[in-house]
Design a protein around this ligand. Structure first.
Ligand SMILES: Nc1ncnc2c1ncn2[C@@H]1O[C@H](COP(=O)(O)OP(=O)(O)OP(=O)(O)O)[C@@H](O)[C@H]1O
Length: 308
């Protein structure tokens, strides 16, 4: 059974269409990164999965049932984008309150405070917490009741680099336990190692979904091979250019060639077989490169529609 299945979902707010024919599924134990520009429809998608909104068109199944089913709700954890708490309660009191609301064991509270690094501040009022501490409390709240499906909307906002790394490690552990996770984020660097697939949403439409390897193949973005400490760089530039590869000088005795699909290994073999670079760097397209590619493609499509 899939954790989430979305079939042909469109969503309107009044007369404004914000999601168009969305089709997406999430396997159990899978971590999906959902990325998109401001207003792309990420939070709306999460609210549909949470059963907080009913789709204008199409169907959703969450853990095999209707999203608003109370049994499903009990198995979901949600960290909203702008998390707010009662300022007068302490962190521990806050979590106890949410545990009671969710029917989760109060015994989990202290363990979760420890997991998010808030044990030392458990008895301080939330109004004295920094933004990052409130965010971590929000995460602990989302983890109450050991959810099977966790929805995290901008979880790294306000987190310092170490807390961000801790969050990603926590996601890795949850994945190992079989928890399914949807993670919305504008922060792309660093997240790619912790997701199974990425979904890229723009203007309410899913532009791409797949593993990084699949998206790299689909986008056909080049892997850049940079060789430094080269005695005969100019000759290589000429040779690569003649063979139709984009190549450039990147510094003194340093050259770079862009290898598109299928050319990476042959180019490397040739380079290492026939010259002696002091160093080689291989830069695969990052999630950020892929995101930029899909965003630019939407922009281009719009520009062409405008011209026709
Ligand atoms: N309650 C609402 N009423 C009317 N329009 C809304 C409502 N909520 C969201 N929208 C609109 O729907 C579109 C999608 O919003 P959504 O919050 O899903 O985007 P998002 O991808 O989460 O954006 P961000 O990255 O800025 O959080 C936006 O144009 C937004 O203005």
């Amino acid at each position: 059974m899939s954790a989430v299945e979305i079939h042909g979902v469109s969503q309107r707010y009044g007369s404004m269409a914000v999601l168009h024919d969305l089709n997406l599924s999430l396997a159990e134990g899978e971590v999906l990164g959902l990325f998109g520009h401001n207003g792309a429809g990420k939070t709306t998608s999460m609210k549909l999965i949470l059963g907080l909104l009913a789709p204008s068109e199409g169907q959703l199944r969450v853990l095999g049932r209707q999203p608003a089913d109370p049994d499903v709700r009990r198995q979901l954890g949600y960290l909203p984008e702008n998390v707010t708490f009662y300022p007068q309660l302490s962190g521990r009191e806050t979590l106890r309150h949410f545990a009671r609301l969710k029917g989760a064991s109060i015994g989990q509270v202290d363990e979760l405070l420890g997991q998010v690094g808030l044990t030392h501040a458990a008895d301080r009022r939330v109004k004295t917490y920094s933004k990052g501490m409130r965010q971590r409390l929000g995460l602990a709240q989302a983890l109450l009741g050991e959810p099977r499906l966790l929805l995290l909307d901008e979880p790294t906002v306000g987190l310092d680099p170490i807390a961000t790394g801790d969050l990603y490690q926590l996601i890795d552990r949850l994945r190992q336990r079989g928890t399914s996770v949807i993670l919305c984020s504008h922060v792309l660097p660093g997240v790619e190692a912790h997701i199974d697939r990425a979904a890229i949403l723009a203007k309410g439409r899913l532009q791409a979904v797949g593993s990084l390897a699949q998206l790299r193949r689909e986008a056909g973005l080049p892997t850049r091979i940079r060789a430094s400490g080269m005695d005969n760089g100019a000759a290589w530039l000429q040779r690569w250019g003649a063979a139709g590869h984009a190549a450039r000088e990147t510094g003194e005795r340093s050259v770079e060639v862009a290898a598109i699909n299928g050319h990476k290994v042959p180019l490397l073999r040739q380079l290492l077989g026939e010259s002696e670079p002091e160093d080689i760097e291989i830069h695969q397209p990052s999630l950020e490169d892929l995101y930029r590619y899909y965003m630019e493609r939407v922009g281009d499509a719009r520009a062409q529609e405008g011209r026709s």
